[in-house]
Design a binder for this molecule. Structure first.
Ligand code: TYD
Ligand code: MG
Length: 372
C-alpha cells in the first residue's frame, strides 16, 4: 500500500489531519489546512539507534521502577503503592471538588516521606501566595516544595529543568499553554500538545508528573478525555459538593490494578484519608426505618457498609417512574421484574425509587439484595 507522503495542519488551531479538507475538523475554520511534508522513512529511525542494545529480560532489575509512596494513604492505595518515577498521572474532576487541595497535600506529604522528595508545583491558576495560604490552612509543611506561578509551558519546563524535582505537579493542564502554537490556551490542541511535552519531560528525566484536569459533569470539556491515551494513569476525583465525602478511583493504571477506591472527608483542614469510611457512610443512620438498609459491599479490596434506601408508591400516571441515585437503573428494573414474578407483588405498576446515601456509586451485585 502506498504510504501517504504528506499531511496537513490547521494554521489556526494546529490540529493535524491526514488529508486536505476545506474545513478544519477541530476548530471549524475554513481554508486553514496547510500541507506539511512527512519525514522520509529512513529519518524516522533515531540517530544513534545502534547504541540501543536489547537486554535479556532476566537481567532487568524487577525492583527498579517501583512506585514511591506520596504519604497520603488513600492516594497510595489507589495508585497501588504510590507514584512511579517517569510516570504521568492525570487527576480529573469537576471544578471545586478539591483537586488542588489533594495535590498540594500530596506534594507536602511526599516532601516529608521517604528521603524527602523535591517537589515543584506549576501554579497556572492560583498565585504563589494563594498556594502558600492554602498550605498554611492545611497545616502542610512546605520546606521541600517549590512553586512557579506561570501559564506558559516553556517557563514551566525551564523551571523544572533548573530544579530537577522528583515530583512535578501542573495545576491545571487547561490553563497552561505553548505560545508557539496558534490556538488558545485550553483548546484541545493546546491541552494535548502541552501534555505531550510534559510527558516527554517526565520520561526523559524520570520525574513523576501529575497533571490536574477539569472535567464537567458529562466529561465533555476539552482536556482529560482527550488525554487518556497520552498518560500512564488516569485518576478521577469525585463526590457530591453537598457532602464532605470524596472518592478517588483509577480508571487507567499502567503500574498496578485499577478498582481500588480511595475515600476522603473534606473538612476545615483539607482532605482527611478515611480508614474507616463506614463510620461516615452510616454516621447518621436511623436503624429500623422502613425502606432503609445497611448493605455490605466490596469496592476494590475493601469492604464497605453503605446505606441503601428504597421507596414504592402507587403510580398516578400511566408510566410508572424508576428513579435511581448511585444504583444502576437497569438493575432496579430487573429486581422489580423478579419481585413481580416470584413474589406475585404488583411491582410493575408502582413508582420505584432507589438511592445509595452519600451518592456513593454501587455497582456490586451484592447490593441487589439490599435493594430488593
Ligand atoms: P479546590 O482544591 O480548590 O478544588 P479544585 O482544585 O478541584 O477546583 O477546593 C475547592 C473547595 O474545597 C473549596 O470550595 C473549599 C473547599 N475546601 C475545604 O472545604 N477545606 C479546605 O481545607 C480547603 C483547602 C478547601
Ligand atoms: Mg484547583
Amino acid at each position: 500500500m502506498a504510504r501517504p507522503t504528506s499531511n496537513y495542519r490547521c494554521a489556526q488551531c494546529g490540529t493535524a489531519s491526514p488529508r486536505w479538507s476545506g474545513k478544519c475538523a477541530d476548530c471549524g475554520a475554513w481554508n486553514t489546512l496547510e500541507e506539511r511534508p512527512l519525514p522520509a522513512r529512513g529519518s524516522l529511525r533515531r540517530s544513534g539507534a545502534s547504541e540501543v542494545a536489547p537486554v535479556p529480560l532476566a537481567s532487568v532489575d524487577p525492583l527498579g521502577g517501583r512506585p514511591v509512596a506520596t504519604g497520603v494513604g488513600e492516594v497510595d492505595r489507589v495508585l497501588a503503592g504510590g507514584l512511579t518515577a517517569g510516570s504521568v498521572t492525570l487527576i480529573g474532576g469537576e471544578p471545586g471538588i478539591g483537586k488542588s487541595t489533594l495535590v498540594l497535600q500530596a506534594l507536602a506529604s511526599a516532601s516529608l516521606a521517604a528521603g524527602g522528595a523535591r517537589t515543584l508545583l506549576i501554579a497556572a491558576e492560583e498565585s504563589a501566595e494563594q498556594v502558600r495560604r492554602r498550605a498554611d490552612r492545611l497545616g502542610a509543611p512546605v520546606d521541600n516544595c517549590y512553586v512557579v506561578e506561570t501559564g506558559e509551558l516553556q517557563v514551566a519546563l525551564e523551571a523544572a529543568g533548573r530544579l530537577d524535582p522528583d515530583l512535578l505537579v501542573v495545576d491545571s493542564i487547561q490553563t497552561i499553554g505553548d505560545g508557539s502554537i496558534g490556538s488558545q490556551t485550553g483548546s484541545t490542541t493546546q491541552v494535548r500538545e502541552c501534555a505531550q511535552a510534559l510527558a516527554h519531560y517526565a520520561k526523559a528525566t524520570s520525574t513523576a508528573t501529575v497533571l490536574v484536569g477539569h472535567v464537567t459533569k458529562d466529561g465533555a470539556l476539552a482536556g482529560p478525555r482527550a488525554l487518556e491515551h497520552l498518560v500512564d494513569t488516569v485518576l478521577s476525583f469525585e463526590g457530591d459538593r453537598h457532602h464532605a465525602l470524596r472518592f478517588l478511583v483509577a480508571t487507567k493504571h499502567r503500574y498496578g490494578a485499577t478498582g481500588e477506591l480511595g475515600l476522603f472527608e473534606m473538612g476545615e483542614t483539607g482532605l482527611v484519608s478515611l480508614d474507616d469510611p463506614s463510620a461516615l457512610l452510616l454516621g447518621d443512620r436511623l436503624a429500623g426505618v422502613p425502606g432503609t438498609m445497611a448493605v455490605p459491599i466490596v469496592e476494590g479490596r475493601r469492604p464497605l457498609l453503605v446505606e441503601m434506601q428504597a421507596l414504592f408508591t402507587p403510580s398516578h400516571t400511566g408510566a410508572p417512574r424508576r428513579v435511581v441515585q448511585g444504583y444502576p437503573a437497569s438493575r432496579l428494573a430487573l429486581i422489580l421484574a423478579v419481585i413481580e414474578r416470584s413474589l406475585a407483588l404488583p411491582a410493575g405498576g408502582a413508582d420505584a425509587f432507589a438511592a445509595v446515601k452519600q451518592r456513593i456509586r454501587v455497582t456490586e451485585p451484592a447490593a441487589d439484595l439490599g435493594a430488593a
